[in-house]
Design a protein around this ligand. Structure first.
Ligand SMILES: C[S@@+](CC[C@H](N)C(=O)[O-])C[C@H]1O[C@@H](n2cnc3c(N)ncnc32)[C@H](O)[C@@H]1O
Length: 444
């Protein structure tokens, strides 16, 4: 690393800007904004010796002879200098800045790409809304109060985390500054006895980029993340460095925690004042037992938020280029599972009722499910099986329902996989061009 990043306190300090063009005006303005006493010297008027006593110099003259002399003078006097657009003649470089006073975010590419720095600035600006300014100030005032009360550092840290996870920022965003301040102080005063919160969060079908913004924020700030077995490591990597991860996934045939044990653990952690995320594949309320957890937590008086996710039921067909509804082809979709009691009767009824049928967890019983559906809707009804949708190892196969189980077996399609049945499969315009998809011609 070539640069050592710092923020300089230039209030009341003598700073010199050389030049008379647009750059010089801009540099002088931003130094003045930071409280510096700025002297602007036009290029023609600069004489060696003019920099004496300056803390910092920006040479924006765009004149190579002035550049050479100012650099030499500053170096001899030990003054920090930046010669605009001459990296070799810079003792410091100015980063791109996101300003949310008192919060300042500085971005530097070490001079490699000003374009990239400003593109990143634009992204961070979108991410850090205006409310982050007053929020930072509020957290600062809470910090002063906690320090005055000599609250131990670990307890302070937990208080800040609770404030970050609370509705304080939302209140500030809505201009409700007094309420936000009251809430922040109340959270800090409640200490570790204040109850935590559980967020039931959908992790989407696999690709971490399909997580919602809210899910990402909750993961970054969580004390505990209790997650399903199928969550991709890249998604878990979005958890904050101090988050404790517990795999509570239910894998068939293994000795896994029972649902009541998971709910009890969530309640225990929340009661101990933690910010807990229950991270579930897809959407928490689509065959994810999220409804049961919500009921258990609510009964126990725990504060719960639900963050919907992109369900595999819709994402798997979408990722394979299959629209579950299509004008003139399908205007209704049914989502079900091949697991559980009565599933075959339900499948039969839904296959007749809906244009497109999406079956989750079909892999183990695919042969039986496909045979049943073939009897109900005819063996030529188009079908597709998509596995590991949205992940790099996504694969899909399609063909008539009476051949789909054989095709899946021949292609060694893995779990997790989703079955889609309906004319949309054959009509799907993109199916043939989606990578790793095998299309069997015989749709009839
Ligand atoms: C217990 S269900 C949970 C569904 C989840 N709550 C949702 O909304 O996606 C698990 C089933 O979802 C489907 N599934 C999950 N992830 C998938 C993926 N990446 N590709 C295809 N199917 C997937 C499979 O049918 C799998 O057996």
């Amino acid at each position: 690393m070539r640069y050592y990043p710092v923020f300089l306190d230039l209030a009341g300090q003598h700073c010199v800007v050389l030049g008379d063009g647009k750059f010089a005006t801009e540099k002088a303005a931003s130094l003045r904004e930071a409280g510096a006493n700025v002297q602007v010297i036009p290029s023609r008027e600069y004489r060696t010796g003019d920099l004496a006593g300056a803390r910092l110099v920006v040479d924006a003259s765009e004149d190579t002879e002035v550049n050479r002399r100012s650099w030499q003078e500053a170096e001899e006097a030990g003054i920090l200098i930046n010669v605009v657009d001459r990296p070799a003649q810079c003792r410091f470089i100015a980063p791109a800045i996101v300003r949310r006073d008192p919060l300042l975010v500085a971005i530097s590419t070490s001079g490699e790409s000003p374009y990239l720095a400003s593109a990143l600035r634009a992204r961070i600006e979108r991410w850090l809304g205006r409310e982050w300014g007053p929020f930072t100030a509020l957290v600062g005032s809470v910090r002063r109060q906690l320090r005055e009360r000599s609250v131990p550092i670990p307890e302070q840290t937990r208080a800040y985390r609770r404030i970050i996870n609370s509705d304080v920022r939302r209140l500030l965003k809505g201009g409700r500054h007094d309420e936000a301040a009251h809430m922040a102080v109340a959270i800090a005063q409640a200490g570790d006895s204040g109850t935590g919160r559980v967020a039931l969060v959908g992790a989407g079908p696999g690709d971490p980029d399909l997580l919602t913004f809210k899910a990402r924020e909750l993961l970054a700030d969580a004390d505990y993340v209790l997650h399903d077995a199928l969550i991709a490591p890249e998604t878990l990597a979005l958890c904050g460095p101090d988050a404790r991860l517990e795999d509570v996934g239910k894998r068939a045939g293994l000795d896994n925690p029972r649902q009541e044990e998971i709910t009890a653990r969530l309640i225990e952690l929340a009661r101990a004042g933690n910010a807990v995320v229950r991270l579930k594949g897809g959407d928490p309320f689509v065959f994810g037992r999220g409804g049961e957890e919500l009921a258990g937590l609510t009964r126990a008086g725990i504060d719960v938020v639900v963050v919907p996710g992109v369900t595999a039921a819709l994402a798997a067909p979408a990722a394979a280029g299959i629209p579950v509804t299509l004008r003139g082809v399908a205007s209704s979709v049914a989502i079900t599972t091949a697991q559980g009691g009565g599933s075959l009767d339900r499948l039969r009824a839904l296959a007749l009722a809906a244009d497109t049928l999406v079956v989750l967890m079909p892999r183990a019983g695919l042969k039986e499910v496909a045979a049943l559906l073939a009897r109900v809707v005819g063996g030529l009804r188009p079908a597709a099986v998509i596995s590991n949708a949205t992940l790099p190892n996504q694969r899909s196969i399609s063909g008539p329902i009476d051949r789909i189980a054989i095709l899946a077996e021949q292609a060694a399609i893995e779990t997790p996989a989703t079955l889609v049945v309906g004319d949309v499969v054959a009509a799907a315009p993109a199916l043939a061009v989606v990578p790793n998809s095998i299309v069997d011609g015989g749709f009839g």
